[in-house]
Design a protein around this ligand. Structure first.
Ligand code: NAP
Length: 250
C-alpha cells in the first residue's frame, strides 16, 4: 500500500472511540475522528494524534441522520480520497427505564442512531472499499455490547436489542462481502469506564456494578481499543464474522 491507510471512527471524540483513534494513529492509520456535537473533544483527539506525528481530521455528523452520513463520507473523500477501514462505534443509551415506560420517540432514536446509523455507514464504506466497486478492500469493526446477550432488563432493553441487531448485521454483512476484500467483525464490550453511563443517568454504573463482573473491575477504553486494533490489523486476515467479548468475563 503506497500511502497510509485511512480509518473512519464514528463517535471517535470520546470514550472508546477516542482510544481507538489514538491507537489506530499509532498503528499507522490516518484517522477521521467523527463526533456529534462536542467539537472540543474531537479537536483534542486530533491534536494528540498530530503531536505524536500522525494525521487526523475531525468530522462533525450525526450517524442517525442520512444527510449527515453523506456529509461525513464526503468529508473523508475530500480529505483523503480513499477509505480502508470503518469502526462503527457511535452509540447511545437511554435513561434507565422499563420497556413499558419507553416512548416510541425514544425507540425510534435508539434504533436510528445505533442500528440504522451503523448500517448506513457500513454501506457507504463498502462502496468505497469493495473490490466489486474497483477498490482495494478494507475492514469494518462494529461496536456491539455484551448487553446483546444479557438483555439489560430494568435498565435499557431497547439498547440491548439494538446491539443484538448489530451482532446479526455483523454476521450477515461479513458473509455478503467476504469475497470482496472486506472483513467485518464486532466487539462486545462489557462495562467500560466511560461517560456513556452518566448519559444514561447512572454516572457511577461502572464502579457500582464492578462486583458483578468476573474480574471484579470495569474495563478501560484502551482495553477495548486494543481488541479493535487487532481486528483492524493484518494479524487478523483470516478473521471475519467474529464477535469478540471484551468484558472481563461478563
Ligand atoms: P461515550 O463515552 O458516551 O462516547 C460516545 C461517542 O459517540 C462520543 O464521541 C459522541 O460524540 C459520539 N456520538 C454519540 N452520538 C452520536 C451520533 N448520533 N453520531 C455520531 N457520534 C455520536 O460512549 P462509549 O462508552 O465510548 O461507547 C462507545 C460505543 O461502545 C457505543 O456504541 C456503546 O454502545 C459501546 N459500548 C460501551 C460500553 C461501556 O460500558 N462504555 C459497553 C458496551 C458497549 P459527542 O462527544 O460529540 O457527543
Amino acid at each position: 500500500m503506497s500511502a497510509s491507510p485511512v480509518l473512519l471512527v464514528t463517535g471517535g471524540s470520546r470514550g472508546i472511540g477516542a482510544a481507538i483513534c489514538l491507537g489506530a494513529a499509532k498503528a499507522g492509520w490516518r484517522v477521521a475522528v467523527n463526533y456529534a456535537s462536542n467539537r472540543d473533544a474531537a479537536d483534542a483527539v486530533v491534536g494528540a494524534i498530530e503531536r505524536a506525528g500522525g494525521t487526523a481530521i475531525a468530522v462533525q455528523g450525526d450517524v442517525g441522520s442520512e444527510a449527515d452520513v453523506q456529509a461525513i463520507f464526503a468529508a473523508v473523500d475530500s480529505a483523503f480520497g480513499r477509505l480502508d477501514g470503518l469502526v462503527n462505534n457511535a452509540g447511545i443509551v437511554g435513561q434507565t427505564a422499563r420497556v413499558d415506560e419507553m416512548s416510541p420517540e425514544r425507540l425510534e432514536r435508539m434504533f436510528r442512531i445505533n442500528v440504522t446509523g451503523s448500517i448506513r455507514c457500513a454501506a457507504e464504506a463498502v462502496r468505497r472499499m469493495s473490490t466489486r466497486y474497483g477498490h482495494q478492500g478494507g475492514v469494518i469493526v462494529n461496536i456491539s455490547s455484551v448487553a446483546a446477550t444479557l438483555g439489560s432488563p430494568a435498565q435499557y432493553v431497547d439498547y440491548a436489542a439494538s446491539k443484538g441487531a448489530i451482532d446479526t448485521f455483523t454476521t450477515g454483512l461479513s458473509r455478503e462481502v467476504a469475497t470482496e476484500g472486506i472483513r467485518v467483525n464486532a466487539i462486545r464490550p462489557g462495562i467500560i469506564d466511560t461517560e456513556i453511563h452518566a448519559s444514561g443517568g447512572l454516572p457511577d454504573r461502572a464502579r457500582d456494578l464492578a462486583f458483578t463482573i468476573p474480574v471484579q473491575r470495569p474495563g478501560t477504553a484502551e482495553e477495548v481499543a486494543d481488541a479493535v486494533l487487532y481486528l483492524l490489523s493484518d494479524k487478523a486476515t483470516y478473521v471475519t464474522g467474529a464477535i469478540l467479548n471484551v468484558s472481563g468475563g461478563r
